[in-house]
Design a protein around this ligand. Structure first.
Ligand code: CA
Ligand code: CA
Ligand code: CA
Length: 117
Protein backbone atom coordinates (compact mmCIF):
# COMPACT_ATOMS: atom_id res chain seq x y z
CA UNK A 1 0.00 0.00 0.00
CA UNK A 2 2.76 2.37 0.91
CA UNK A 3 4.34 1.84 -2.46
CA UNK A 4 1.03 2.44 -4.23
CA UNK A 5 0.49 5.76 -2.54
CA UNK A 6 4.03 6.83 -3.22
CA UNK A 7 3.65 5.90 -6.85
CA UNK A 8 0.43 7.83 -7.13
CA UNK A 9 1.90 10.83 -5.37
CA UNK A 10 4.88 10.57 -7.64
CA UNK A 11 2.72 10.45 -10.74
CA UNK A 12 0.69 13.37 -9.50
CA UNK A 13 3.73 15.42 -8.70
CA UNK A 14 5.42 14.59 -11.94
CA UNK A 15 2.32 14.60 -14.09
CA UNK A 16 0.52 17.62 -12.78
CA UNK A 17 3.07 19.81 -11.22
CA UNK A 18 6.56 21.00 -11.46
CA UNK A 19 7.55 18.69 -14.29
CA UNK A 20 4.47 19.44 -16.37
CA UNK A 21 6.66 20.59 -19.21
CA UNK A 22 8.16 17.12 -19.68
CA UNK A 23 5.13 15.05 -18.70
CA UNK A 24 1.54 14.85 -19.71
CA UNK A 25 -0.35 17.41 -17.60
CA UNK A 26 -3.42 15.20 -17.25
CA UNK A 27 -3.90 12.46 -14.71
CA UNK A 28 -4.86 9.12 -16.13
CA UNK A 29 -8.07 7.39 -15.18
CA UNK A 30 -6.43 5.04 -12.69
CA UNK A 31 -4.96 7.93 -10.74
CA UNK A 32 -8.26 9.76 -10.69
CA UNK A 33 -10.11 6.67 -9.48
CA UNK A 34 -7.63 6.26 -6.66
CA UNK A 35 -8.24 9.78 -5.42
CA UNK A 36 -12.00 9.74 -5.95
CA UNK A 37 -12.77 8.28 -2.52
CA UNK A 38 -16.56 8.81 -2.71
CA UNK A 39 -16.64 7.43 -6.29
CA UNK A 40 -18.51 10.48 -7.56
CA UNK A 41 -16.59 10.36 -10.82
CA UNK A 42 -14.56 13.43 -10.03
CA UNK A 43 -11.88 14.38 -7.52
CA UNK A 44 -12.88 17.25 -5.28
CA UNK A 45 -10.40 19.60 -3.68
CA UNK A 46 -11.09 17.96 -0.31
CA UNK A 47 -10.42 14.46 -1.71
CA UNK A 48 -7.20 15.66 -3.28
CA UNK A 49 -6.11 17.44 -0.13
CA UNK A 50 -6.81 14.37 2.04
CA UNK A 51 -4.90 12.12 -0.35
CA UNK A 52 -1.90 14.38 -0.63
CA UNK A 53 -1.77 14.99 3.10
CA UNK A 54 -1.63 11.21 3.61
CA UNK A 55 1.00 11.02 0.89
CA UNK A 56 3.14 13.55 2.76
CA UNK A 57 2.91 11.44 5.89
CA UNK A 58 4.09 8.37 3.94
CA UNK A 59 6.86 10.22 2.15
CA UNK A 60 8.14 11.60 5.48
CA UNK A 61 9.73 8.26 6.33
CA UNK A 62 11.35 9.35 9.59
CA UNK A 63 8.26 11.25 10.74
CA UNK A 64 10.00 14.53 11.58
CA UNK A 65 7.34 16.59 9.82
CA UNK A 66 9.41 17.57 6.83
CA UNK A 67 10.72 15.89 3.70
CA UNK A 68 14.46 15.80 3.17
CA UNK A 69 16.19 15.18 -0.15
CA UNK A 70 17.09 11.65 0.92
CA UNK A 71 13.43 10.79 1.53
CA UNK A 72 12.48 11.59 -2.07
CA UNK A 73 15.53 10.52 -4.07
CA UNK A 74 13.41 7.97 -5.90
CA UNK A 75 10.51 10.37 -6.50
CA UNK A 76 11.91 13.79 -7.28
CA UNK A 77 14.98 15.15 -8.95
CA UNK A 78 17.02 17.70 -6.96
CA UNK A 79 15.55 20.42 -9.17
CA UNK A 80 11.99 19.32 -8.44
CA UNK A 81 12.82 19.18 -4.75
CA UNK A 82 14.17 22.74 -4.84
CA UNK A 83 11.03 23.89 -6.62
CA UNK A 84 8.92 22.61 -3.73
CA UNK A 85 11.26 23.99 -1.07
CA UNK A 86 9.82 27.50 -1.10
CA UNK A 87 12.04 28.95 1.65
CA UNK A 88 15.20 27.15 0.51
CA UNK A 89 16.02 25.46 3.85
CA UNK A 90 16.62 22.11 2.07
CA UNK A 91 13.53 20.62 3.67
CA UNK A 92 10.00 20.50 2.34
CA UNK A 93 7.58 21.17 5.18
CA UNK A 94 3.98 19.99 5.13
CA UNK A 95 2.90 23.57 4.35
CA UNK A 96 5.31 23.80 1.41
CA UNK A 97 4.21 20.40 0.14
CA UNK A 98 0.50 21.17 0.43
CA UNK A 99 1.03 24.61 -1.09
CA UNK A 100 2.61 23.05 -4.15
CA UNK A 101 0.11 20.25 -4.60
CA UNK A 102 -2.90 22.55 -4.16
CA UNK A 103 -1.38 24.85 -6.75
CA UNK A 104 -1.18 21.79 -8.98
CA UNK A 105 -4.83 21.06 -8.30
CA UNK A 106 -5.81 24.60 -9.25
CA UNK A 107 -3.68 24.32 -12.39
CA UNK A 108 -5.27 21.02 -13.37
CA UNK A 109 -8.80 22.27 -12.63
CA UNK A 110 -9.19 24.07 -15.92
CA UNK A 111 -12.92 24.58 -15.54
CA UNK A 112 -12.43 26.12 -12.10
CA UNK A 113 -15.29 24.21 -10.48
CA UNK A 114 -13.09 22.64 -7.78
CA UNK A 115 -13.45 19.15 -9.30
CA UNK A 116 -11.04 17.14 -11.40
CA UNK A 117 -12.56 14.69 -13.79
CA1 CA B 1 -15.26 12.45 -5.59
CA1 CA C 1 11.47 13.54 7.25
CA1 CA D 1 11.54 24.46 3.15
Amino acid sequence: MKKLVLTAACCLLLGNGIAAAQQSPAMNEGQLNQLDSDKSGSVSKAEYQTFMSAAFTKIDANGDGSISVTEVTKILTPDQFSAMDANGDKRVSRAEFMGQVMKDFAGADRSGDGQLK
